[in-house]
Structures are given as C-alpha cells and as structure tokens.
Design a protein around this ligand. Sequence first.
Ligand SMILES: [Zn+2]
Ligand SMILES: [Zn+2]
Length: 259
Amino acid sequence: MRFLRRTRSEAGTKDLIYARLEEAMERPECPICLLLTKAERGLIEEILYEHVQDPAVRKQLRSSLGLCPYHAWLLHDISLSRPEMNGLGVTIIYEDMLSTYLEALTSGEEQESKVGSGPCIVCEHVMEFEVGYVEAFAERAVRTDLLATYEESPSVLCIRHYRAVRDALKEVGGEATEVLERLKAIQGRKIESLIKLMREYVRKQDYRVKEEITAEEARAWRVALHVLKGGRNSPSILSYKIPKPKRGILAKLSRRKRG
Ligand SMILES: [Zn+2]
Ligand SMILES: [Zn+2]
C-alpha cells in the first residue's frame, strides 16, 4: 500500500520522523500510540478512497472477509464520518465479502469453516508501523536530542511502548545502554509527577483546602490511563506482541556498533 511505502522511504530521513515524534509529544499522551492511531486511520482511509477496486487489496480483504472485527468497525465509523463517500466503497467491498462467504457456504462445510480465517491487512500494516515507530524512537534517542524533547514535553510513553523502546535499546547495547538509563530516569520522573498531580487533586477535594485545582491536576487520572493502558483509540490495545527489530534502521545501527 502506498501509505506504508511512503512512510518507509521517509524512515531514513531524520527530520521528518523526528518532527512527527516531536509533534506527537505535544500532547499528554503516548506519542507512539498517537502516531499509530493516525497511521491506522490513514490505512483505512486509503482502502476506502484508493483501493476499492484494487484486485490485490481485494484479495487480501477476502482472506479475512473484510478485516478483523475491530478494524471492520473502525472502517464503519470512518465511513459514516465521511458523508461524501455515500457508502459506495464499503458497499462494493462488503458485497464482495458476503458473496465470497456465500460461495464457501454453498461449497461445503470445509470451505465454510476455512473462509475468512486469514490475517487482517490493517493489523498487519499497523504492526509494521508500530515496529517502525519504536525503532525510530530508539534510534533517534541515541543519535539526536529526542530524549531532551521528550523530557520537556507533556507526553508519556505508555508501558507497552516504553518496554518496546527499552528492548530496542537493549538490542543495540553500547552507547544505547546509557540512553536507556536516561530514558528510564525520565520515565520515572514523568510518572512521579503524575502521581503528585493526582495526590494534589485528591488533597484539594477537602473543603478546608482553599487552593484551586489546576487543569493539569484534573486531567492527571486520564493521562495515567494512557500510561497504563495505551491511548484509547490506539491499535496498541491489540494483544499481539511487538516483534523485535530485525531489518530496520535500528538493526543497522546495532550492527554498526557491534562491528
Ligand atoms: Zn503507547
Ligand atoms: Zn485488524
């Protein structure tokens, strides 16, 4: 899919990916969850706007009978939010999916049982994006000032993505070990300050306390949810394990350091 190719080719240029991460860090959320949510929606929009009649994409869609349940319903929501689509693209796609199912149903029990058991293409691409963003974060933490930007920002990596970046840095070793120590310290300080904000919020509930509750204190519990569970709409709530970096920029960096 073009969306994916575009992002991959840009992965080598520091500025664009750095800028994306930096922009995502402007919000009190996990920057990787945020970027994944955008990428996931972009993939679905691309299917709806550009690939409705694409035979290769259609074939992949048939293998899962039209995406996994989570992404099929996301596609539903995106379609409804775009009145200009008029339901045409989704009708064409899901008529084909239902016809594919009917053919299997009438062909015998074995065919009926097998149809639709293939992988969801959006899940597959999201997983690649996730590995890519984790690698990009780790790699830029080593060779740019990304960690300083992260430290200054209101964003907090969710546990899942902290662990993934940690594992990626561990893979690299050497200089990255110090970077990991720094990341761990920053992560700890961010979580500590969130806990403080939440305690202040609770303390100020007492009618004898006259201090105003700040906006930061009021939203702290929601940021805590982001940290503990990932972004609300983030595909990171999917339960697959993030694969280890193998071919990406970080792997190259790692080979360079070992060699
Ligand atoms: Zn996350
Ligand atoms: Zn899916």
